[in-house]
Design a protein around this ligand. Structure first.
Ligand SMILES: C[S@@+](CC[C@H](N)C(=O)[O-])C[C@H]1O[C@@H](n2cnc3c(N)ncnc32)[C@H](O)[C@@H]1O
Length: 307
């Protein structure tokens, strides 16, 4: 594409949009605006208000470099290096999933559940922390909480720690490397007021049909095995030894998984490990997205629940 003689913000915006449209990037105009706003350190309305602003050589190079990256269908958040989540800028890289708006519903559900009970001390466990977005948002909103955030990916844990430092909550979150399928064998009393998780839940077969952007995100963060419930099953079966009486299990799920997930939680009760209250919450597209389950207030578990 001929770029000689292009000088103003308005001209660069239309060239950027054209390049992104050719590469079939969804919403090419909005993407071009976001990239230019990032390069110029201005808001989108501000760049649109001053289309005749002349870009420096450095700004032009930087903008075009980002456009070409996005044209490879690299997720916008990876190109920019961050994603807004619950009002916080969360740093991201290709080693972590890009935080989704649906996951904000999970955080809101946890806040609704615990804030009703006043400001009591809270122990929160997050499984599969990725960028750390859930734990960092919860720590920012709940100053009385102490969090334990786990992941199998060392690179994700490093980035999550960085995000915790950036938002000044690192003193209240412990990051631990742990495998969902090989949980810490130590037996003890259930200790978590909340176990929150956005586990990998996409059925393997469905992964191939996702948008090119999603395919650039870590497979480990998305792949939920044959039926998508591989990690969810392991987390639910481990929940009785982690969530204490009256505590919450909060799970993000695929839009068609609510019935099976609620069924898995009910089957714990059949084994004498009771989570009698369950609710399904919808996301902003009115799709089932979050399951909240509450542990019985008086727990008299069968021994197998804490084995
Ligand atoms: C769907 S991502 C969620 C990331 C982040 N919490 C969020 O909501 O954006 C799932 C996370 O689970 C982690 N994970 C995948 N398999 C795991 C395993 N076997 N043990 C522990 N964590 C695992 C991935 O590395 C990834 O960070």
């Amino acid at each position: 594409m001929a770029l000689q003689g292009i000088k103003t913000a308005g001209e660069w915006l239309s060239r950027g949009e054209e390049q992104l449209r050719r590469s079939r990037v969804p919403e090419p105009a909005a993407n071009a605006e976001l990239l230019l706003a990032h390069v110029l350190g201005m808001s989108r309305p501000a760049i649109k208000a001053f289309p005749s602003r002349i870009l420096t050589e450095k700004e032009r190079h930087h903008f075009w470099h980002l456009v070409l990256e996005r044209a490879k269908r690299t997720p916008l958040a990876y190109v920019l290096g961050f994603q807004p989540f619950m009002g916080l800028d969360i740093e991201v890289s290709p080693s972590v999933l890009v935080p989704r708006p649906e996951t904000e519903q999970l955080v809101e559900a946890v806040l609704d559940a615990v804030e009703k009970e006043g400001k009591r001390p809270l122990n929160i466990l997050e499984i599969g922390t990725g960028s750390g977005c859930i734990s960092v948002a919860l720590a920012s909103r709940l100053p009385q909480a102490v969090l334990y955030a786990t992941d199998i990916s060392q690179a994700a844990l490093r980035l999550a720690e960085k995000n915790a430092r950036k938002h000044r909550v690192e003193g209240r979150i412990r990051f631990l490397r742990e495998d969902i399928f090989k949980p810490d064998a130590r037996v003890g009393s259930p200790w978590a007021d909340v176990l929150v998780t956005n586990p990998p839940y996409v059925p393997t077969e469905k992964l191939r049909r996702l948008e090119p952007e999603v395919l650039q995100e870590p497979f480990l963060a998305l792949d939920g095995g044959k039926d998508g419930l591989h990690a969810i099953r392991a987390i639910i079966s481990g929940a009785p030894r982690l969530v204490k009486a009256g505590g919450w299990l909060a799970l993000e799920i695929g839009e068609d998984q609510a019935r099976e997930v609620v069924g898995l939680i009910r089957s714990l009760s059949a084994q004498g490990c009771s989570f009698p209250e369950t609710q399904v919450r919808k996301d902003l597209q009115s799709k089932d997205r979050v399951v909240m389950a509450r542990r019985a207030r008086a727990v008299r578990d069968a021994p197998k629940c804490i084995e």
